[in-house]
Ligand binder design. Sequence first.
Ligand code: SF4
Length: 113
Amino acid sequence: MSLEEKQPYTICWAGGRQFQIYLEYDEQLKESYPAYPDFDAHPEYTKDGQPFATAEQESCPYGMPRMEGAPLPCDCGGCKWFSRENTPYDPIGVCICSKRRRESGTKSEEEKR
Ligand code: SF4
């Protein structure tokens, strides 16, 4: 089945963008999993220059706990700079940390086409 025919597993909204998430099959585990974007390997930014991130993405050196005195987050989902657009469980969000902002932003994959 080609990508054009494949139906997305889910659609995520973040930072004014839509991300279609497809299932991929893991031969070793013998099960399918939702393949979220790898923003570490392929960074993408909002028009304001803030980076997109997934909740499960490993935290960066600027990560901060959501509550004072809590341990440092191990992933972006636990960081106070991770902004979700719709629900507290959104798997994709925007990192609003000013230290990670790019001045001009970069083009999204859709805008590059
Ligand atoms: S949300 Fe931003 S600041 Fe927080 S850990 Fe992720 S990339 Fe770093």
